[in-house]
Design a protein around this ligand. Structure first.
Ligand SMILES: Nc1ncnc2c1ncn2[C@@H]1O[C@H](COP(=O)(O)OP(=O)(O)OP(=O)(O)O)[C@@H](O)[C@H]1O
Ligand SMILES: [Mg+2]
Length: 294
């Protein structure tokens, strides 16, 4: 089902649950995840291994469906799409970069042919295919490597080609699962800079998932995911913008309030204040205080 797009956020996940059943066991990979992303944003979802990042991204990519909740991207309601709409969504609306470098590219095709392939599948004319492949390889800085096959490229170069492939059909949304996971620090910084350039040049909305909290200084906003739920949000503050190269003091962290009014109090704070099952809430002068209620 497609819905008319209002002025609200471009991407919305609300009360998202994903339960995997393995034999008799149930694994709750997402438990009421909330996320909203504006058109044209570059943001990251940061979380430890097993926190549900890939599960969320696969749902957003249209590869998997949630057990419950709402997911909307642009005019697509991802829970109620016909098979035809799923194909349309994957081909036109979203581009995907997998964490495993080898999964993104066909090994027997050159960089140029890899970028051209998604356009062949959507019936783009040969003239436009040529123009776009050349332009995209130029944007990712690999025009001089267009005849190379993946095995003849470095890991960072392969990821850059993968980004070009994901952008071939000009999707408004780019999803990247640990795009820098297999790269060294310098190459990882280059790939992040490239994603920011793509956002500036093509206006693509970009969602990156990663386990690396340091990413919060490279994107506009980073949301932390813990146990299948988004919990805190880090924004780059104005002072950071002014003092480019500034350190962590240039970011501000907030707790997220979900649609049912819940916030996740960090485990360290709960332990420090011996908060276990319940708290006393006090509101004074516009401030909320929580105190252990045993
Ligand atoms: N197909 C599946 N069947 C059963 N359980 C799964 C499946 N995929 C993921 N899980 C479980 O769901 C939870 C979240 O997994 P997910 O892959 O989303 O984590 P992640 O945050 O991407 O971790 P990583 O950083 O290691 O990639 C994990 O406990 C995982 O074991
Ligand atoms: Mg993962």
């Amino acid at each position: 089902m497609t819905v008319s797009e209002s002025d609200g956020p471009y991407l919305i996940c609300s009360g998202l649950f994903k339960i995997y059943k393995v034999a008799d066991l149930e694994v709750v990979a997402l438990r009421g995840l909330e996320l909203s992303v504006d058109r044209g944003e570059v943001m990251a979802v940061v979380g430890a291994s097993g926190s549900g990042k890939s599960t969320m991204l696969n749902i957003l990519a249209g590869y998997d469906t949630p057990s419950a909740g709402t997911v909307r991207v642009g005019r697509f309601d991802l829970l109620h799409m016909t098979n035809k709409e799923v194909v349309e969504y994957r081909r036109q609306e979203v581009g995907f970069v997998w964490q495993e470098t080898s999964r993104n590219l066909f090994p027997y095709l050159t960089a140029y042919e890899n970028v051209e392939l998604p356009m062949l599948l959507t019936g783009v004319s040969s003239k436009i295919r040529r123009e776009r492949s050349t332009e995209l390889l130029d944007i990712v800085g690999l025009s001089h490597r267009h005849k190379h096959k993946p095995a003849q490229l470095s890991g960072g170069e392969q990821q850059r080609v993968a980004i070009a492939v994901a952008l071939a059909n000009r999707p408004p949304l780019l999803l990247a699962d640990e795009p820098t996971g297999e790269l060294d620090e310098v190459t990882a910084a280059e790939v992040l800079e490239l994603l920011n350039n793509v956002n500036q040049e093509l206006g693509t909305t970009i969602v990156i998932v990663t386990h690396d909290p340091a990413i919060s200084t490279s994107v506009g906003r980073a949301v932390a995911i813990r146990d299948g739920k988004t919990s805190t949000e880090t924004m780059r503050s104005v002072s950071f913008e002014r003092t480019i190269g500034g350190e962590a003091e240039g970011t501000e962290e907030f707790l997220l309030v979900d649609s049912s009014g819940s916030v996740q109090i960090p485990r360290e704070v709960l332990d420090q204040l011996s908060i276990k099952r319940r708290v006393k809430l006090d509101v004074t002068d516009g401030r909320v205080t929580l105190e252990s209620g045993e």
